[in-house]
Structures are given as C-alpha cells and as structure tokens.
Design a binder for this molecule. Structure first.
Ligand code: PMT
Length: 399
C-alpha cells in the first residue's frame, strides 16, 4: 500500500482515548500519509491541539470560525481532500450527531459534507455503547456505509468493565490501509444489479408480487458504487431508499425485466441478480377492473414467465461474471446448486428465507456463496457487509 499523497482527515472527539489518537497520527505520518486533524472543543480539554499540530505538521482545526489563515477555501475544504475520514475516539455524542445529520461544529459539519469513506473508532462507557439510542445510531450509520473499528472490551477509564475501549492505534491504521487498498478495486468495471420485486398485472388496480424490499440489491449497488464501479441498478417494486449516484432502470414485470436485461447485459462486466422475479403471471390481464361476482369463485389462470437469468446466462461472454441469488425454504443448497448450473451462473448466493434475520425485507442476511468449486457458509451480517463479501468473491473469480 502506497500511502504517499493520501490525505487522512482525523476527527478527535472528547474522550480520554484522545491521547491514543496522537499515536494514530504519528503512525500515519511515518507511513507517508498527510494527516489533517479536526478537534472538537471537548477534545481540546483532554489533549492540547499543539500535540496534534506537531505530530501532523499541519494546523489543527478546532473552530468553524477560526480556520487556519492559509486556507483560501470554503469551510468544508477538508471534506473534499479526505481520502479517508477517520473519527477516533468517537463519542456517543458524535455518533448521534452523525446519525441525525447535525452540523454544529467543525467536525460534525465536515464529516456531514464528505464523500470520502468514513471510519469510526468508538470509545465510551459500556452503558453508553449498549444504550438503545447508540445501538440505533450505529445501525443507521452502518447502513449508510460508515465503517467501524472496535470498540474493544476491557477495563475502561471509568473503572467499568465491558465494551467501549477504543481500538489500538495500530488496528485503526491497519483498517485505514484496508479501506484505501479496497476503495477502488472495482474502478473501470461496469456492474449491473437487479433489485426488488416484479409485479404481474391482473387488472389496472391489482397485481401479483412478493415481499422483496430491494434492500439486498441496493446494498450491492451501493457497495459496487463505493468501490469505484459504474453501476446500473435495474429495479422493480421496492420500499427501501433508492441509492444515489447509480444509473436506474425501472421495470415492473418479469417481461420488462427481460427486455431491460437483454439491452443492458451485453455492456456489463459483472451482473448480480438479487431481484425476486415472479415465475408466473396471469395469462390474460384484464384491461378493466375485474368485477366481483358475489358467491362465485374467481379462477385466475397463470402462465410461465421467462427465466431471465437462464436467458441471459446463454449470452454470457468471455470476461463477464454472472451471479444469481436463490431464495429457498427447503433443500437450500441442493436447489441453489441446480440453479447455478441451469442458469450458467459463476456464483449463486443461497439464502434460506425462513431463517430469522435472512431473506426478504430484513437489514441482515444469512447466505452461502456457491460456485462450481466451493461453498462458503457465512454468518448473519448486514446486507451491506454481505454485499462487500459477494463483491470480494466476484473479484476473486475474475483473477
Ligand atoms: O429485496 P430484499 O427484501 O432485501 O430481499 C432480498 C431477496 C430475498 C429478494 C434476495 O436475497 C434474493 O434471494 N433474491 C432472489 C429471489 C428469487 O427470485 O430467487 P429464485 O430462487 O426464485 O430465483 C433464482 C435466480 O433466478 C434469482 O437470481 C432471480 O433473480 C432469477 N430469476 C428467477 C425467476 C425468473 N423467472 N427469472 C429469473 O431471472
């Protein structure tokens, strides 16, 4: 990893672990990185800005209205120069501010404005770390792609024992290195992701669909985007917030999805199909609202939809990597393996959608990654984490 020319912005908040952040600066400088420190007012009660100024060889920012004089730029300049934005130690207070988008000092303002990857090293009393409010803030931040290192467990400054110790400086620096190394590993690649549910019309006001929220596909699109890929997101019906800075192709039915995929797939390097596609559709959609006939059952005849993954699987070219998902309720691995072969996929992500914390409309998933050669059973993790693991595996397959 070449650290030269890399700009690391280090936010220091008010906690006893602030003294350990001096070592983070020292290590980063030793590696060749350029470090810019922003301290909150409370942080300056624990360590003098002069310590960070001396170690970083850069002026330390402590106040929104007294940026160093040589800054001939706007007040969030550091948000733009950062290759990685680190906050260590991160108090419960800064996590809460970040989760809510509060910008009331230089650090919270700059981190809100940055587009750089953000790494947070929490340090606080165990009670604060495990408090429901902090849990929810951490979850919110994780979902937005903020990365965490620690906290560790042990005797805390307040005498309590438990989770809340800031990670060691060496570990924080290692994590920054990992982020820098992995950050652009999909640069130059075109990635298409499908997400959400298809809708199969019965009449102008009714349709057949499923429980897909789009969360899994969106997490994949965001992860690919954050790693430098040019992302096309083919999305059906979804309830989750739609990712920014990706190209969206909206579809409704499986037939629309097939048409979109036939058009888009030839341009892609990587195609990941997380959408939940209806296998059947009403044979004849009524043009007018189907009227109730009291006392009479309604029979709907369904006809088979095209298998999109199978259809595009036949067109796969040298250099393209195709990944599918298998949403299963029984014989999960066997069924997933059959789909891997039938659809000419390079990898299939099998999820047992009956497991708590897996499948439809959850923030987490439990998956087994299956290729012709190997199976990797993964523990429960956030959909964003799983997305990164899937992309790591895809890159491994492309070597
Ligand atoms: O969106 P979320 O709420 O986050 O939920 C995530 C998810 C459960 C939808 C996701 O993890 C998942 O499992 N997606 C695949 C759902 C599905 O349709 O699985 P399947 O086993 O029926 O299909 C296997 C593969 O073939 C899938 O890649 C699917 O996109 C594709 N397929 C299926 C049917 C069809 N007619 N054409 C297809 O291309």
């Amino acid at each position: 990893m070449n650290w030269t020319g890399k700009n690391i912005v280090l936010g220091v908040t008010g906690g006893i672990a602030a003294y350990k952040s001096a070592e983070v600066v020292s290590r980063l400088r030793h590696l060749g990185a350029c470090v810019h420190v922003i301290m909150t007012k409370n942080a300056t009660e624990f360590v003098a800005p002069l310590t960070f100024q001396t170690l970083s060889a850069n002026a330390v920012v402590t106040d929104t209205f007294s940026a160093p004089e040589y800054w001939n730029v706007e007040h969030v300049a550091l948000a733009k120069v950062a290759d990685v934005f680190v906050i260590a130690p991160a108090t419960a207070n800064i996590l809460a501010k970040m989760a809510c988008g509060i910008a009331d000092d230089m650090l919270s303002t700059t981190v809100l404005a940055t587009k750089a990857p953000v790494l947070v090293a929490p340090a606080m009393n165990t009670g604060m770390w495990t408090a429901e409010a902090t849990r929810q803030n951490v979850e919110t931040l994780r979902k937005r792609g903020v990365r965490f290192v620690g906290p560790g467990t042990g005797i805390l400054a307040c005498g309590d024992e438990g989770a809340g110790r800031m990670s060691e400086p060496a570990e924080i620096v290692e994590k920054i290195g990992e982020i820098l190394a992995g950050e652009n590993d999909l640069a130059g690649l075109k990635v298409l992701v499908t997400a959400g549910a298809t809708r199969e019309r019965l009449d102008p006001v009714r349709f057949l669909t499923n429980d897909s929220s789009g969360k899994m596909g969106f997490a994949l699109a965001e992860a690919a985007r954050d790693r430098g890929a040019e992302v096309t997101l083919v999305k059906g019906s979804t309830t989750a917030p739609v990712p920014e800075n990706v190209r969206i192709v909206a579809i409704e039915s499986a037939a629309d999805l097939l048409a979109a995929m036939k058009k888009e797939t030839p341009k892609q390097d990587i195609v990941i199909q997380a959408a939940a596609v209806a296998d059947y559709r009403p044979a004849a959609a009524s043009k007018t609202k189907i009227k109730k006939k009291a006392g009479e059952p309604l029979t709907i005849v369904l006809e088979e939809n095209p298998d999109i993954a199978k259809t595009i699987g036949k067109t796969k070219k040298q250099g393209q990597t195709f990944v599918g998902f298998a949403a299963e309720t029984d014989h999960v691995i066997r069924h997933a393996e059959e789909k891997l072969a039938a659809k000419n996929l390079d990898m299939i992500v099998a999820n047992d959608v009956t497991k708590p914390g897996a499948g439809f409309n959850t923030d987490t998933n439990i998956a087994t990654l299956i290729t012709k050669e190997a199976k990797k059973e993964l523990p429960i993790m956030s959909k964003r984490q799983l997305a990164d693991v899937i992309l790591d595996e895809v890159l491994g397959l492309r070597i």
